[in-house]
Design a binder for this molecule. Structure first.
Ligand SMILES: Nc1ncnc2c1ncn2[C@@H]1O[C@H](COP(=O)(O)OP(=O)(O)OP(=O)(O)O)[C@@H](O)[C@H]1O
Ligand SMILES: [Mg+2]
Length: 252
C-alpha cells in the first residue's frame, strides 16, 4: 500500500526540503517507488535535483484542475517529481470552493497513478495556509523535522495544534513521526531539545539523528542528492538510516 507522507513544519529552515529530497532518494535507492510533490512555491525540490521549476506542476494541477500524471517527471531511477510551478503561491488566495478547498490535492492524488507506488512525499512551505492544509489532508502520515534549537520546539507545538484540528475535520488520525535534523552534537542545547521531544512524544521520534553536515548544505547547488554528491558523507549515512527507520517504524 502506498504511504502518503507530508514533510511539514511551519518553522522555516528546519530541513523539510533537505529531508524530502534525500529521504526520497534513499527510499528510491532501497528499491521503493517514490514520488516527490513540491507544495512549496519556492520550488526548491526541483532545484535540489537539477530540474527546471518553470514548466508548470502543482500550480496548474491545483489552480486549473489539470491531471497530476501529466506533470510527473522521472528525476531518477524509482524517483518521480511533480514541481511546484511558477504560480503555486496563487493557490493560497483561492476563494471559491468553501471547505472543500482543503481537499484539492487529495482528490488530484486519488485521480492519478501515484497510489500504485510505494511512497508519496510532500514538501510543505513554512506556513500554515491552504497549501499546508492540502498537504495535511492528503497525507496518512506526517514527518515533522525539528532542528536542534529552542524555537524549533515552539514550531513543533504549533504543528500539534494544526494536526489535532485537521484530525477532527478528517475524522481519522494521521500518524506522526518526528525527526531530529541539523543536529550539532557537541552543543548542549541540541541534546536538551532531543531529550524534550523524546519525553513529550514517546514512540513517535525516529531513531536516526540527522547531523549538521556540509555535504547536505552543498549538494542542492549541484542539483544532486547527497547520495550523488558525496556517498560517503555523514549526511548520506544519516538519511539512508532514516529511510530504514521509516520502513521499519524504528523509533527511540
Ligand atoms: N543536516 C543539515 N546539515 C547542513 N545543512 C543543512 C542540513 N539540513 C538542511 N540544511 C541547510 O539548511 C538550509 C535550510 O534547509 P531546508 O531548505 O531543507 O529547510 P526547509 O525547512 O525546507 O526551509 P523552508 O522553510 O524555507 O522551506 C538549507 O540551506 C539546507 O541546505
Ligand atoms: Mg523547504
Amino acid at each position: 500500500m502506498c504511504r502518503v507522507i507530508a514533510i511539514m513544519n511551519q518553522k522555516g529552515g528546519v530541513g523539510k526540503t533537505t529531508t524530502t529530497v534525500n529521504l526520497g532518494h534513499a527510499l528510491a535507492l532501497a528499491g521503493k517507488k517514490v514520488t516527490l510533490l513540491d507544495m512549496d512555491p519556492q520550488g526548491q525540490v526541483a532545484i535540489s535535483l537539477g530540474l527546471k521549476n518553470d514548466q508548470g506542476g502543482l500550480d496548474r494541477i491545483l489552480l486549473e484542475g489539470e491531471k497530476l500524471d501529466d506533470y510527473l517527471i522521472a528525476a531518477r531511477h524509482n524517483l518521480d517529481v511533480v514541481c511546484a510551478g511558477n504560480n503555486l503561491a496563487d493557490f493560497e488566495h483561492v476563494a471559491l470552493g468553501g471547505s472543500s478547498r482543503g481537499h484539492t490535492l487529495r482528490r488530484a492524488i486519488e485521480a492519478s497513478t501515484l497510489l500504485t507506488g510505494d511512497f508519496v512525499l510532500i514538501d510543505c512551505p513554512p506556513s500554515s495556509g491552504l497549501l499546508g492544509i492540502n498537504a495535511m489532508f492528503a497525507a496518512d502520515e506526517l514527518v515533522i523535522p525539528v532542528s536542534g534549537d529552542y524555537l524549533s520546539l515552539q514550531g513543533l507545538s504549533r504543528m500539534m495544534q494544526i494536526l489535532k484540528r485537521s484530525e477532527s475535520v478528517l475524522g481519522h488520525s494521521i500518524r506522526l513521526w518526528i525527526v531530529s535534523t541539523r543536529m550539532q552534537l557537541r552543543r548542549r542545547l541540541t541534546a536538551e531539545v532531543r531529550l524534550k521531544i523524546l519525553k513529550y512524544f514517546p514512540g513517535r521520534v525516529l531513531n536516526t539523528v540527522i547531523r549538521e553536515n556540509v555535504s547536505l548544505a552543498e549538494c542542492p547547488s549541484f542539483g544532486k542528492s547527497v547520495f550523488e554528491y558525496k556517498e560517503k558523507s555523514a549526511g548520506a549515512e544519516d538519511y539512508q538510516s532514516l529511510a530504514q527507520d521509516l520502513l521499519g517504524g524504528r523509533t527511540s
